[in-house]
Every structure is written in structure tokens, then in C-alpha cells.
Write a new protein. Sequence first.
Lengths: 164, 415
Amino acid sequence: MSETFTGRVWVLGDDIDTDIIIPTEYLAMKTVEDMKKFGFSPLRPELAGLIKEGDVIVAGKNFGCGSSREQAPEVVKALGIKAVIAKSFARIFFRNAINNGLLLIENDQVQEAVKEGDVMDVTPGEKLSVNGQEFEIASLPDNLLEILNAGGLVKAMRKRNGLS
Amino acid sequence: MGMTMAEKIIACAAGVESAKAGDIQTVTLDKLMSNDGTTHLTIDMYNKLKNPRIADKSKLVWIVDHNIPSDSPKTAASHKKMRDFARDNGITFYEGEGVCHQVMMENHVCPGELIFGADSHTCAYGALGAFGTGVGCTDYLYAMVTGTSWLLVPETIRFNLTGKLPEGVYARDLILTIIGKIGANGANYKAMEFAGEGLHNLSMSDRISICNLCVEAGAKTALMEVDDVAMEYLTSHGREPKACFTSDPDAVFAEVYDIDLSTVAPIVAKPHFVDNVVPAKESLGVKIDEAFLGSCNNGRIEDLRVGAAIIKGKKVAPKVRFLVVPASRSVYKQAMEEGLLDIFMDAGAIVMNPNCSVCWGSCQGVIGEGETLISTGTRNFKGRAGHRDSFVYLASAATVTASAITGVITTADLL
């Protein structure tokens, strides 16, 4: 995960809650693939159709607040988002995202430097580079990196137990 | 250095002498609650494991409450999956018994326990001095299979309560006031602990309301020390504490707030955030289409008594739906015995079976485009109660009932 990747930026605000990320009425759908086209629909119904594989989200504080629904990080990942960068994350969403192999980066400065559509270089655990500016980012603790790098908690346990 | 209540419960569950904020501890869970919001996903993942097993099935409690009775073939199938798995694996299973957190408080939660719930409002269990925290289904699965999980030991924000709530002001007004003060992420990753002589003036129902809503400030858990009121509730429900912890006098808190309960006033959280609070007086006159009295936050007998006393002999406003949803079967039966359901029915309310109802925006009572709901539920996020272009105001049982009568946001003292 420490290799640099480049992503197109989508900008969202503060307090993006789990009902925005995937509203309750779509949770009964059979798969996350079915749900994903309704991702972020209460806020921006067109967004799910515009996000491309490898894009990143830059948001404000408290991203993922609300429900414990794990479909929230799953939908973000299924849409092709490679990383969510936010000023802060709600704690249940944080665990759920790591457990599903979705990269989260906490940074409270890059928001000032980007606008939607900009292209950002992300070097996990090191830095964000965008519009000629660089922002240092912290690395996750080792136990979480192990989970993230394996693609999620279940996969990490399989690996640890020699099952894959 | 002294320890906080949260640190003591985690140390106990980790089998270590002491724990301090910032540590990561591996803990053994005391109980694991899951509901029909996500249990079908947990089962799907479990069935894909190469060596599936349950560490201790006696610790699992599964509750169908989000969509009961089922409202579509899809939810019926997901309930069947949950019901069959619970039966085949000897898991304690409730269906139609009530909203999960109320069922847990009535039947399972014990002081000193560390409990995972696959539901964000699991922090309600702090009302009995238990560390309840919400997790997703992958964390739940891991805990179910191994009996353990890892936890970052949280810092604690302490709220010292003094005095008594004024007449016509409720615990819900208090916790919404606190969330408005510290913000929707004001307690992110942290524990919110409530203490002080003012705590003893709060009923168990009040305490559950307060702890339950702490996740709306981002809290990992909420905690209250166990006093005579809590012990009486516990013993009257036939249970004993695992351990009764309190924070040491020299424990370190991230922040300390002193709150005089006598200064709290009726409050409303406006769309679309729980911390978007204003004094109820500033929201008077907003037209509503539906009112909801229920949920794990405010559907207990005490809340129904408040509503019934206000609406007795009056009628629900024309073109307004007033949904009354007792939080559990025992609350429902008690309300029936006390004649409260008759009062609501005579007033024109729709009395429904115990479930999560419109609080979670699926199942019964969802609102349509442009409609406004006033609710004793837990959240008012955009689209939370139905259409993405609808509006939810959160308020106390008294304000919700008064508004159902007039058809506009109204505080009970104005009737």
C-alpha cells in the first residue's frame, strides 16, 4: 500500500453520514454492486454514476458518522474510490472501512488546497501531493496496516492462520 | 495514576491490572448483540469461513427489530436466514419482543460488562454501568468466532450533573443540549461519563435515553456509575452485576463539564443534523405531517405516560399521522394495563407493535417528498426517515405529542 497512486478528487463537506453514503431503503438489495448506484444519492444523486475506479474523496470532519451499517464503506469501495481523505472519521465507520480494506487518511489541511476534479498523488503513510503542494500524512498502526493490506479483517485472519 | 470507569472495564475484560487511554487492548467480550439490520451479512460471511465456529454461543443475543413484521419478501428471507441460524446454533433469539437495546436492558445487560452490538446505539448500556459499543458486522463476526476483539482505550469526557430537571423538561432535552454544545463529533473515539448528585435524580428510563444518544456526539461508549436506582432496576429484572466500577478521584479526563439540570429547557434538533439544536421555542409553528413517539431512545413506559397525559381527551390534528410505538412487549403490556393505549387510540393515533419503525427509515411510517416528521427517534439525517427531500425534527415525547395535536411544532406548556 505504500506505492504512490494518482486519483481524481471528489470534494464533500463535513458530517457525511452513513444515510447519505447509502440510504436505508437500499440496504435490502442483494449485493453491494446493486446498492452502489445509490451511493451518496440523498446529497448528490448523480455522483455514483460519475465516480471512476481509482478516484479519491476529500471531505471535512466526521466522515461516516451515524449507523454501524457496513454497507457504507463497502459501497464507497465498490464505487471504485481508492482512498477517503477527511479531517476526521466517525469511529464505527473507521473500523468498518479498515475491516473492508478501504484506505482512510486523516488530514485537516489538504481541503484548502483542492477543488473537485483536481488530480492528487497519494503515497499512503507518507504524503499527499496536489496542485504543487505536499501534505504529510501519518501511517496507520501496524495491526491496522496488516488488515488493510490484506484487503480486510477476514482476509487478514485467513492469511495469519495460513488459510490462503 | 487513577483509572476512569472505561479504563477499568476494559482492563477487566483484557485480564490486565490496568489500562490507560491510548492503549490498544485485546478484550474478551461478555455479550454480543446483533439485529436484523445486518445479521444476514454476518451469517453470509460466517458461512464462507473455512473453519466456522462460535467461541461461546451463550454470549450471543440476536434480535429482529428493524423490520418486524417483515415488509417484503427480501426482509422475510433475511429474517428466515437469521431465525434458522439462531435455531441451528442455539443462539438466544427474539422476534417481536421489542427494539434491540430495550430488550437488552430488560433482559441481559449487567454492570461491568463489555458488550459489542452490531448497532451504533449500543452505547445505551452505560445506563447500567456496562461498556456497550457499536461495531460493524465484520468486527462482530470476528468477536463471534474468536470471543475477542481489539479496542483502543478511549479518553473520557466527564459530565458532572447537579440539580434536577425542571417540570416539563426531559432527559432527551438534556442529551440533545449536550450534543448541541459539544457537536456531532465532539466525543469521537471517546467515552462520555455522567456522574454527580444530579445523576441520582434521573430514572433508569432517563439514563437509557441519555446514554443511547451519545453516539450522536461520536462517542465510543457512554457510562454511568451504578447507584441504588440502577441496582433496583437490575435486581427487579433478576440479574446481578459482573462488577460495579467508578472512576478514581485522580482519574484523568480529557474534558470536564458541569451541568446544572435545572437550567435545561425543551429543545429541538432541526434537519439535518442531531447537533443542529435550538430552544424548542424557536421552532414553534413549523408545519408537520407526521409525529413519532417511540424508539430505543424514547419509547419506554415513562415516555408513553408523558404523551398520554398530554393528549388525553384531545385529538390528533387533521391530516397528521401520530405513530405510537412502545419500545418492547413489556412496555406495550404495561401501557395497555395503564389504559395509555386507549388514550392514544381515542385521540386518533396509530398504535403499532414494538419495532424500530420510522426511526430507521424503512419498515413502517416512512415519509414522502417534502414531508416533515417530528420524532423521538435517534437521528434526523437527510433522508433518514424516507424521501431524500424530507425533514426530521427531534424533540422530547412531550413536544412530539403536543405537535401531533396542533399539527405544528408546539411545546406542551402552550396547549
